[in-house]
Design a protein around this ligand. Structure first.
Ligand code: NAG
Ligand code: NAG
Ligand code: NAG
Ligand code: NAG
Length: 425
């Protein structure tokens, strides 16, 4: 999913470096969670409903407060689904999201130097999602090792940087890393300071116990053990392809599918995603059983003036056999002249073409009522977004008027609660 490091960049909060040297000996990494019998949604959905403006939707959602929580495939765990509070793409985030009722779990798939598949949001995000820069011998192998923030004599601050990619390391090396909340401190003068910067509306509460970076194989074993479904995303490589001379994009796309086959997972349980149209075309051709529910992720309307082209391109995708498109939340909704949230031109065209729609990602926006109106993910409905409970106004239109078949969320309970209340399985 689209990186929202823009947000991290905006966040210059000063974080007290008071954590004691943490115990990096992982005691319980292999805790086997075979199934979760009881879904629990925690306090957040109830609090969000309380925050809503008075009206029929609030009444309906409040009336569901004592319903028995159930898992729903409409609730898709984004990078695990516990990502708002747990380091993304870890067993712990997957288990948290699964406890909150996510029926489908995501692994963003990228490759290591020895061409092993691991779950990371991007090939080059190890510097913000792990402690790699604080391990000197591994930091030295980064595409760009850590560089401290500096200030020049005229007072200009040059922010701290690093760029560490999964392809910089072997799998054995990656297994030495501890996952952390996705953030960095642009003012860092030491590698340890660079690990800070978690947004105030997230937390480091669960980030000090050294969760390891999972391989796709481990992710499959975990999610299969939980009895859930899969949505692996083939991440667009950050290195030129073919990699190391002969590892082509098609090898990569095939390897991801092969790992599901090797684990005995039926194609009906797998929604393979990619932003690259060619990847989806490849699966349609080479792996039709997986291809027929492959998901074309779409961010082609992000740049100013490109939205009409994104809408117009839907026809081409549908004609090529694509069945599911997945644009970000703001592509699907707009505000009419009476201030009502309604389906956008994109949503109307996708429906006309009988394309199914999945969307991303809820609970990545932090506060909605702090004057930011939810930022990127609420951009097309900013003028009617001013409180935390407005998340359910958006979800309601996506469910009832756009008819999306699933919603990615960083905190699965928020989506599961809605799905349960409206009977979305
Ligand atoms: C300050 O110095 C930096 C580099 O040392 C330079 O890039 C920048 O343009 C200068 N800014 C001003 C306002 O003079
Ligand atoms: C995650 O869970 C799987 C399946 O239970 C297990 O094999 C693996 O070791 C765990 N991985 C990590 C990184 O904790
Ligand atoms: C690429 O070349 C290496 C070395 O010759 C070989 O071991 C490997 O199997 C090749 N990989 C592919 C995907 O063809
Ligand atoms: C919100 O924006 C839309 C589209 O720009 C406009 O038509 C509508 O009148 C605005 N509504 C409110 C409540 O400001």
């Amino acid at each position: 999913m689209a990186t929202v490091q823009k947000l991290a960049l905006l966040y210059f909060g000063v974080i007290a470096a008071l954590a004691a040297p943490s115990d990096r000996n992982n005691k319980n990494n292999n805790a086997k969670v075979s199934s979760i019998k009881r879904i629990s949604l925690g306090p957040r959905p109830y609090w969000l409903v309380d925050q809503m403006d008075e009206g029929p939707l609030k009444q309906k959602l409040a009336a569901c407060s004592d319903k028995e929580p159930r898992r729903s495939d409409w609730s898709i765990g984004h990078r695990g689904g516990g990502t708002l509070q747990f380091p993304e793409h870890t067993n712990e985030s997957v288990i948290a999201g699964s406890r909150m009722g996510a029926g489908i779990q995501e692994c963003d798939v990228t490759f290591t130097k020895d061409k092993q598949l691991v779950c990371r949001h991007a090939q080059c995000d190890l510097h913000t999602t792990t402690n790699v820069v604080a391990i000197p011998e591994l930091n030295a192998k980064c595409t760009v090792p850590f560089r401290p923030a500096t200030s020049s004599s005229n007072g200009t601050v040059i922010i701290a940087t690093a760029k560490c990619c999964t392809s910089d390391f072997s799998l054995d090396e990656i297994k030495q890393l501890c996952a952390k909340m996705d953030a960095f401190n642009p003012r860092a003068t030491t590698p340890e300071e660079y690990l800070e910067g978690t947004a105030l509306w997230r937390t480091d509460l669960y980030a000090k116990a050294c969760s390891r970076v999972p391989t796709l194989k481990e992710h499959i074993a975990l999610v299969d053990g939980l009895g859930l479904k899969f949505t692996p995303e083939l991440k667009t490589p950050d290195v030129p392809m073919p990699y190391q001379g002969n590892y082509t994009q098609a090898h990569f796309a095939q390897q991801m599918i092969d790992e599901f086959k090797a684990a005995g997972i039926k194609p009906e349980r797998v929604w393979a995603q990619s932003f690259l149209y060619d990847d989806v075309l490849y699966w349609l051709e080479a792996e039709p059983k997986f291809g027929k529910q492959a998901v074309l992720l779409d961010e082609s309307g992000d740049e100013p003036g490109t939205f009409p082209t994104a809408v117009a391109s839907l026809k081409k995708y549908a004609a090529a056999g694509v069945k599911i498109v997945a644009p970000p939340l703001p592509y699907l909704v707009t505000v009419d002249n009476r201030g009502k949230i309604v389906p956008s031109a994109y949503a109307i065209e996708a429906k006309r073409l009988r394309l199914k729609i999945i969307t991303w990602s809820l609970e990545r926006s932090g506060w909605l009522g702090d004057g930011t109106a939810g930022g990127y993910y609420f951009a097309s409905i900013a003028n009617v977004t001013n409180g935390e409970g407005d998340v359910y106004n958006l979800l309601h239109v996506l469910a009832q008027d756009v008819g999306v078949i699933g919603v990615f969320s960083d905190w699965s309970a928020t989506v599961t609660y809605y799905a349960n209340c409206f009977g979305l399985k």
